[in-house]
Design a protein around this ligand. Structure first.
Ligand code: NAD
Length: 301
């Protein structure tokens, strides 16, 4: 057994199945005591039992991260059972595909309450407990490549974009109290992928959740000392950092921007600086005359 998380107590939310289950099982194999949280309480208990049957330490929690009191109860359970909390994997999440203008307000609310508020509530409770214990810790938020923008996933993409922003802000806030905060954009064959034909096309069956677990364990462990505020993507074979949004030059300045000067800025300057957008890197319509069609002079040049 690899024991590089020995002595650490870790909460994994949404850990009854899929990626969360893999993170919990691998963390326990690496020596961590684990709270296996999931609203699917029976399955969470099964995962915890499975860990214990293999000699690991685990306790199940059926709380919902979407409720601030229950989110705190998950962290309290970790401290009550194992004496402290050194790691949190904010993994619980929901998704669904729909055309944006046909999205349902009730589903949007449930998704945001789980993916965004659940991450915030559990992270706040964990950070408070880590600070009280005085030894710092590591928070790993689970974001998504969808945060860059993806068709038919607008609310989900927005929720994962929020998780990325949260990660940068928490990393800034929490450095002084010794808590590192990073985010992972995974791709793995889970229930979430089975639901979508497009995701299934992009995710061969050999992309198992276990292939993402080593990255999450690394970020939880002391070997990641000095690494915080990063968004890291792993889709199985590929591992890379996701670049941060930035203020792009040229930055034009004048006392007041009226409609005419904004129009001129776009016609004369920004036209050449527009960005491809979304995960698919779609070229803005205004630039397509330069990029589309094999017969255009620029392409063949
Ligand atoms: N599978 C992928 O390729 C992929 C890609 C990018 C991001 N993600 C993210 O990874 C995370 C895990 O996803 P997965 O693919 O394993 O999906 P999954 O549906 O298999 O697992 C998600 C788990 O979260 C639990 N959950 C939902 N709401 C909860 C709540 N309020 N409180 C506690 N638990 C709750 C569910 O019961 C489920 O067991 C999610 O945040 C997802 O958005 C997955």
């Amino acid at each position: 057994m690899n024991e590089f998380l020995d002595g650490k107590a870790v909460v994994v939310t949404g850990a009854a199945r899929g990626l969360g289950e893999a993170f919990a099982v691998h963390a326990a194999q690496a020596g961590a005591a684990v709270v296996v949280n999931d609203v699917d309480a029976d399955l969470a208990e099964r995962t915890a039992r499975n860990i214990r049957a293999h000699g690991g330490r685990a306790v199940a929690s059926g709380h919902s991260v979407a409720d601030p009191e229950q989110a705190k109860a998950i962290v309290d359970l970790c401290v009550a059972e194992f004496g402290s909390i050194e790691g949190l994997v904010n993994n619980a999440g929901l998704n669904y595909e729909t055309v944006s203008w046909q999205d349902d307000p009730g589903r949007v609310r449930e998704l945001i309450e789980t993916n965004v508020l659940g991450t915030i509530y559990t992270g706040m409770a964990a950070a408070q407990a880590m600070i009280e214990h005085g030894k710092g810790g590591s928070i790993v938020n689970i974001s998504s490549g969808a945060s860059l923008g993806q068709r038919k996933l607008a609310s989900y993409a927005a929720s994962k974009g929020a998780v990325a922003s949260l990660t940068y802000s928490w990393a800034l806030d929490m450095e002084e109290v010794g808590i590192r905060v990073n985010a992972v954009c995974p791709l793995a064959h889970t229930r979430m992928v089975w639901k979508s034909e497009r995701s299934l096309r992009n995710c061969p069956p050999d992309r198992t959740p276990s292939r993402i677990a080593p990255l999450v364990l690394f970020l939880l462990g002391d070997g990641a000392h000095g690494i915080t505020g990063q968004l890291i993507r792993c889709n199985g074979p590929q591992l890379h950092i996701v670049g941060q949004p930035y203020l792009k030059s040229p930055i034009l300045e004048r006392q007041v921007w009226d409609s005419d000067s904004v129009q001129r800025a776009f016609d004369e300057v920004f036209g050449a600086h527009l960005e491809p957008y979304g995960l698919e890197k779609r070229v803005p319509p205004r630039l397509r005359k330069w990029t589309e069609g094999a017969s255009t002079p620029l392409r063949s040049a």
